[in-house]
Design a protein around this ligand. Structure first.
Ligand SMILES: Cc1cc2nc3c(=O)[nH]c(=O)nc-3n(C[C@H](O)[C@H](O)[C@H](O)COP(=O)(O)O)c2cc1C
Length: 482
């Protein structure tokens, strides 16, 4: 007897305010619109297309530095447009919100370099302007160049970045959840009272990294705390996500590994007093579809021909230029010979691999488990496995072409998923983004979430409970995008 209420798929379009985000090399395709990213019309057209398909959100990745490890500088990042030039992700959201009613907007912002008070205000402003449709992808930034853009000699060590991030979030929760009472705004024209001073307060945060007096400058918005996204795989990151994240970007090469990652993450949330179901899991997915197998194959060949190995080496921050060594050479030989950049070989290129295997891995159109090329039925079959076997809740849909990848998914795959009861027929009009993931009435952080404690203003005075991590080897933690 087929499941009457099968799990439905959440779909974010994976985006970045730049030319080449992940599918490096594809920008040269004549049908690609990436070069228009500086135009508002690019974003308003995209938003209207995604709202038409009733997708959950557009998720904007971001980095605040250049990839400059490959070939000893940013030159190849610039020629390949790998995340440079790039514009601020937060600044395209109001334009997209102005031409949509329900589409959500996830935006990335780093906790390591810019102080929390100003960021709290920006996100509250966006939550107001979008009527509760924003999410924040919490990152601590992994690029050495990012650190040097904000006055550091080198990267802040990995686990220390998470300790700073933990206090950063603590300050934000105090501002978003504890500084204004729900009914602080009285808007009483007769008595000339806009807000009741008795219901707005200083937060007086004094911590190891931040000192913030408050009050928050923004009155309460629909979600107050934006929906919290995070991607992690490290021990420190998982503990951090156990306290803070509501949506975790995960992955894994097999269903077993994906299920294990999800289980470990849920156990971490449980250990921190949260309902393990309070976290949703989303994977990066590559989907190439068409009306016929021939159409699909043509697209696959087209894309494979354009994908850039150099672009992917740049994104991997590879110190070694594998394109300059014979294919039969082992990675271990390059390490033994201490070739230029040998110290910065991304961990996913194993010493036992040959240069040829590394290059083939980089040239492959499939990057990871969650990739499918096929007609809508084939794609929907695969997605049902990801939902039911891997146990995921949704996907970040990678783009090969803007806007064709999204249009193909909306016109071809969404109808097939709907036929199977696997995708919403339409939005619940006016719902916040948190309610889209967790159900009607759940606009605010759940009561068991760490941040909800400040709804009781007396807890603003409580001693901090910082997360602490045993120092770990930072180099083990590289950038991984899926
Ligand atoms: C789907 C996904 C999206 C990510 N987006 C960004 C991003 O926009 N900016 C960024 O600096 N890091 C991004 N990352 C990297 C993560 O923030 C994080 O650095 C990485 O997952 C390693 O985390 P860990 O060191 O805790 O394992 C992303 C990772 C994934 C899997």
């Amino acid at each position: 007897m087929p499941d009457q209420n099968p799990k439905q798929l959440h779909v974010n379009l994976f985006e970045m305010n730049c030319v080449s985000h992940i599918t490096h090399g594809m920008w040269v395709h004549p049908d690609n619109n990436r070069h228009r990213f500086n135009d508002l019309s690019f974003w308003t057209e995209l938003a209207q297309l995604l709202e038409h398909g009733a997708l959950d959100a557009v998720f904007l990745a971001d980095v605040i530095g250049a990839y400059d490890a490959f070939r000893g500088g940013p030159a190849t990042a610039l020629t390949e447009a790998v995340q440079i030039p790039s514009n601020d992700p937060l600044l395209v959201i109001p334009a997209m919100a102005s031409v949509t009613r329900n589409l959500g907007f996830g935006a990335t912002f780093s906790t390591t370099y810019e102080p929390p008070f100003a960021f709290a205000r920006r996100m509250s402003t966006l939550d107001h302007l979008t009527k509760g449709r924003v999410a924040w992808n919490i990152v601590t930034s992994y690029l050495p160049n990012a650190a040097r853009n904000f006055g550091h000699e080198d990267e802040v060590p990995h686990d220390h970045r998470y300790e700073i991030a933990d206090e950063y979030l603590d300050v934000l929760y105090k501002l978003w959840e504890g500084s204004w009472d729900d009914d602080a705004v009285v808007l009483d024209r007769e008595h000339r009272i806009y807000a009741d001073p008795a219901k707005v307060r200083y937060i007086d945060h004094v911590g190891e990294h931040y000192k913030v007096k408050g009050p928050h400058l923004c009155q309460p918005s629909a979600q107050r705390t934006p929906l919290l996204y995070q991607a992690t795989g490290s021990p420190a990151g998982i503990v951090f996500a156990g306290r803070h994240a509501e949506v975790v970007f995960t992955g894994g090469g097999t269903p077993e590994i994906v299920r294990r990652n999800i289980h470990e993450m849920r156990e971490q949330a449980r250990a921190q007093g949260r309902d393990p179901k309070g976290i949703k899991f989303i994977v990066g997915a590559g989907i190439i579809t068409g009306r016929t197998d021939a159409e699909v194959q043509k697209k696959v060949e087209d894309y494979r021909r354009l994908l850039s190995v150099e672009g992917r080496l740049v994104h991997a921050q590879s110190g070694v230029d594998f394109t300059t060594y014979p294919r039969h050479v082992l990675v271990s030989e390059l390490i033994e010979r201490k070739v230029p950049g040998w110290e910065a070989i991304p961990p996913r290129f194993k010493p036992t691999q040959t240069v040829g295997e590394v290059l083939d891995q980089l040239a492959a159109i499939t990057q990871g488990r969650h990739f499918v090329a096929g007609t809508p039925k084939v794609v929907a079959d695969e997605i049902e496995k990801w939902l039911d076997v891997d146990g995921i809740d949704g996907i970040n849909l990678l783009q090969y072409l803007s806007f064709d990848t999204a249009r193909d998914f909306i016109e071809l795959v969404v109808p097939e998923l709907r036929r199977r009861g696997r995708f919403r027929e339409s939005y619940r009009d006016g719902e916040t983004l948190r309610e889209r993931l967790f159900g009607a009435g759940q606009a605010r952080l759940p009561a068991d979430h760490f941040g909800a404690r400040y709804r009781d203003p007396s807890r603003l005075r409580e001693p901090a409970q910082p997360l602490r991590f045993a120092p770990s080897d930072a180099s083990a933690h590289g950038p991984h995008t899926r």
